[in-house]
Design a protein around this ligand. Sequence first.
Ligand code: ADP
Ligand code: MG
Length: 578
Amino acid sequence: MKTSNELRSLLTSIDHKGYPTYKTLSGCYQFPSYQLYIDHVQGDPFASPSSLHVEISHKAAGFPSSYYIEDCSRIALQDYLTRCLSIQFEDFNFKAKGSGKSGLLSISRCGQEVLERSACQITHDKIIARFHVGFPAFGRTINAKELEKILFDFLPYCIEHSFFYQNLDDKKIQEAVYLAEDQNFIREYLKKEHLCAFIANGSILPRKSGVSDLPLKNSVPFFSPASMERTLLLPHRGEITGMVIPHGITLIVGGGYHGKSTLLEALQMGVYNHIIGDGREYVITDDTAVKLRAEDGRSIRNVDISLFINDLPNKKDTTCFFTPDASGSTSQAAGVIESIEAESKLFLIDEDTSATNFMLRDDFMQQVISREKEPITPFLERARDLYEQAGISTILVAGSSGAFFHIADSIIQMDSYRPVDITEKVKKLCLEHTAPRTRIPGFLIPDFQRTLPCRKQSEPRHLKDRNGGYRTNSDKRHEHMKIKTFGKDSFALDKETVDLRYLEQLTDSEQTNALAHLLRYGLEQVIDEKNTVKHIVESIYDLLEKKGWEPFCGSYVPCGLAKPRKEELFASLNRFRG
Ligand code: ADP
Ligand code: MG
């Protein structure tokens, strides 16, 4: 390791040289209270900015270990510190001048959810912070004086005011950490008590707009109907009262515009913890919940959808179904089966985004179109078995058909954004309205031994040398699939695009980026004709949990990765067209 003084002399020696000479700075430097690593230097001032990281020992940083011993508190602290550095960087961003991205200083932009990011990692002995710096240039030559300003003035100031406990507001840190511990308590409580979700009284569910995740101002706070209310004793906050949704089938009904979808959307994001002030801090949902929806045009590979679809007119086998372009109903059927495979215990479905013919078929239609002529066994007729035989609960928004009343355990009416428990009332009415007659094929869950057909790699890909370099043609053998991400919506591995637009629970473009890295690793290292889909996903995810980002990244871990859920990794693999 070199000293920071050596870095200063190096800078002086390369001033005004050609921009690529900046590459000689790669390496590790000891600063008074932390180590600075220059991991990757950009090729020119207009390219993606350079990747750097700092490591600060706990001894220097000084946070009480109780703030990072437990996973949930550690993740909250990491998130808090990332936000701190991001705020610090705002004051110095582009303060050093030059062409292109000269002077850029950036770290992940965190949203309303608390995610585990590569931007900040707390290990047993240190804090690691990863970020980007635009190395300054005059035109295309090195402006070392400006970089010196960044590395010796701006950065030390930002680091000291973000990662040194004595310079931070302990009350705020404690608030964030305690909130995470309370949220974790509710998650554990849900598991113990066989509940799908908890929504605290006073929660603010609606969001500001379709493009802003901030809480909607002046909205009607959520309050539980008395019959569904429960009071919990949280370790820090103390008593909290709210609505619990039990296992089983829960129906959310009500007139249009009364807040049904808003409630379901809050539940689907309840798989994540939210920051203070979000309004959904205490909206906690079963971690394995999956939002299921129609997704016309998606690819389906080797999925047994025979639970829902049989006897297609083109005689296609639905026990190992393939299509590059699914219909609404087949896409939703595949989504259900894939989610059972991913071991989800809670399905969230909104009629607004479902294929009607997948969800139900009414009595009259059953009389007109005989069972033999209809390939689809609608979800309505499978939901009870899914719960009773496979232990999977459903929360369903269905304002347009009474058919679901017969299969529901709880019925919530949204009335001007207030939930009302109408279970008793409707169950009485059910006695007067007979359930539609049904004769359906037996309930049989696939064995999930399925594998994915894979293209053989013509040349071996090597585990070592994963430096992401694509320099010379002779180097081709060591190349990795090239990753490109398009915001949150999709990513491409080489030329193959994976469309994630309809994964509504994916919440950050850094998760999309991480999924690309995980899937690339899977394709290069794990997937073959023998490994089942379940095995592939589980081994990738286990590796991530045990070893962190390193195995997926090559020579250095970049800023810009956020941990996705296992459910979304399954979903990405299922959407890869191969
Ligand atoms: P539905 O699915 O019942 O038709 P939505 O959930 O889509 O209704 O809500 C309709 C509108 O009402 C949305 O614009 C939403 O932002 C707003 N809204 C939802 N919940 C509330 C609330 N608690 N307070 C104020 N406005 C709300
Ligand atoms: Mg709606």
